[in-house]
Design a protein around this ligand. Structure first.
Ligand code: FDA
Length: 304
C-alpha cells in the first residue's frame, strides 16, 4: 500500500508545472545527478565518451516535455539538432531520443512534424538514428500516426511501445519492420487502457519482445529486470536470433555493473542518458518506479 501511495505521489508531482519550472533554476538537486548526466551538451558528450570506452553505446535525451509555446519548442528543436552535431563532431557512439511534446505536439501537430523533420534531416546527414519516446496514453495514437508519416520520408526513426497498454500487442504487429524499443511503461494509466498488475505487464512484455524478435525486426529490450533479461538471452539462443537484431537498453545510473557485464558478454548494450535543466519530471518518474530511488532522493535533499 505504501509503495502504491509513493508511486502515485511521485507520478502526480512529476506533472506539477510550477515545480517543473522552479527546478530549471535550481540545477540538479536531490540526488538527480545520479540519473541525469549534466545540464550541458559538453557534459553529456564527456559522459558518452566514458561509457563508450567501457564498451557501451548510448542514446542522448535532452530533457523536456509538455512544452506549451512555439518559442520553447523551436529552442528544443535547435538543441536536439546541436546535440546530433556534437555527437558527430566528437565521434561518440550515440543515438538521439526525443519526446514529441517537447517539439510542440500539444500546440500544433504540423508544427511538431516540421520540427521533427529538421531533427531527422540532421540525423540523416550525420548518419544517425532518432527514437521517439512514448509518453502518456493521451499521446499514444498521435505519436504512432506521426511516426508513420515520418517514415514515408525517413527510415532512421523508430519509437517505443509500452507493454502495460492493452493495445500494445496490435501496435507491435502493425509496426513489423520498424526499430522498436519495448518497455513496461512509466506513466499512471487507467484500468480501462492498461494492465495494473505487475505480473500481467511482465507477461505481456515478454510476449511483445518474442513477437517482434520472431518477425525479424530490430528490437531494443529496455529494462533493468534481470529475470526478463535472462529469459530474453535464452529465447534468442533457442531461436537463433542474431546478436545484431536486438540490443539491451538501460537508463543512465541504473544497474551499472550489469550494463558492463552484458556488454562484456558480447551483447549490444545502450545507455539512455538524460541531460539538461528540465530534469524534474524525469527524476520524479524514476522515484515513482523504485523505493530505493526515493532513498537516494531523500539523501540528496541534504546535498547538492
Ligand atoms: P521494473 O521496475 O519492473 O523492475 C523489475 C525488477 O528488476 C525489480 O523488481 C528488481 O528486482 C529489478 N530492478 C529494477 N531496477 C533495479 C535497479 N536499479 N537495481 C537493482 N534491481 C533492479 N517508459 C515509457 O513509458 N516510455 C519510454 O519512452 C521509455 N523509455 C525508456 C528507455 C529506457 C532505456 C528504459 C530502460 C526505460 C524506459 N522507459 C520508458 C521506462 C520503462 O517503461 C519502465 O518504467 C522502467 O524501465 C522500469 O521498469 P523495468 O522494466 O526496468 O523493471
Amino acid at each position: 500500500m505504501l509503495a502504491n501511495f509513493s508511486k502515485n505521489f511521485f507520478l502526480r508531482v512529476s506533472r506539477n508545472i510550477l515545480l517543473n519550472k522552479a527546478a530549471k533554476k535550481w540545477g540538479l538537486r536531490f540526488g538527480a545527478s545520479q540519473v541525469v548526466a549534466g545540464v550541458t551538451i559538453e557534459s553529456v558528450i564527456k559522459k558518452t565518451q566514458e561509457l563508450n570506452e567501457k564498451g557501451l553505446v548510448c542514446t542522448l535525451d535532452h530533457l523536456g516535455e509538455f512544452v506549451s509555446n512555439k518559442e520553447e519548442a523551436i529552442e528544443a528543436t535547435d538543441y536536439n539538432v546541436r546535440t546530433l552535431e556534437a555527437i558527430e563532431a566528437a565521434g561518440v557512439n550515440s543515438h538521439l531520443s526525443v519526446k514529441l511534446t517537447q517539439l510542440g505536439l500539444d500546440i500544433d501537430r504540423d508544427f511538431c512534424i516540421q520540427n521533427m523533420k529538421r531533427i531527422l534531416e540532421t540525423a540523416k546527414q550525420t548518419n544517425n538514428f532518432v527514437r521517439i519516446d512514448m509518453e502518456d496514453y493521451t499521446h499514444c495514437q498521435i505519436t504512432l500516426d506521426i511516426l508513420k508519416e515520418l517514415r514515408d520520408t525517413y527510415d532512421n526513426v523508430g519509437t517505443v511501445i509500452q507493454a502495460y497498454l492493452f493495445r500494445a500487442n496490435q501496435d507491435v504487429l502493425d509496426l513489423e519492420g520498424v526499430r522498436l524499443r519495448l518497455v513496461k511503461g512509466a506513466y499512471h494509466e487507467s484500468p480501462e487502457v492498461a494492465y495494473q498488475n505487475k505480473k500481467d505487464v511482465d507477461n505481456n512484455y515478454l510476449k511483445l519482445i518474442k513477437n517482434h524478435l520472431l518477425s525479424g525486426s530490430h528490437t531494443a529490450i529496455a529494462t533493468h529486470d534481470h529475470e526478463i533479461i535472462e529469459k530474453v538471452k535464452q529465447f534468442v539462443q533457442e531461436n537463433n536470433i542474431p546478436k545484431d537484431q536486438f540490443e539491451f537498453q538501460m537508463l543512465y545510473g541504473f544497474r551499472k555493473d550489469m550494463q558492463v557485464s552484458l556488454a562484456q558478454e558480447g551483447y549490444m548494450m545502450r545507455v539512455y542518458i538524460p541531460f539538461g535543466d528540465d530534469w524534474f519530471a524525469y527524476f520524479m518518474r524514476r522515484m515513482a518506479e523504485r523505493p530505493q530511488n526515493v532513498l537516494f532522493g531523500i539523501k540528496g535533499l541534504f546535498s547538492k
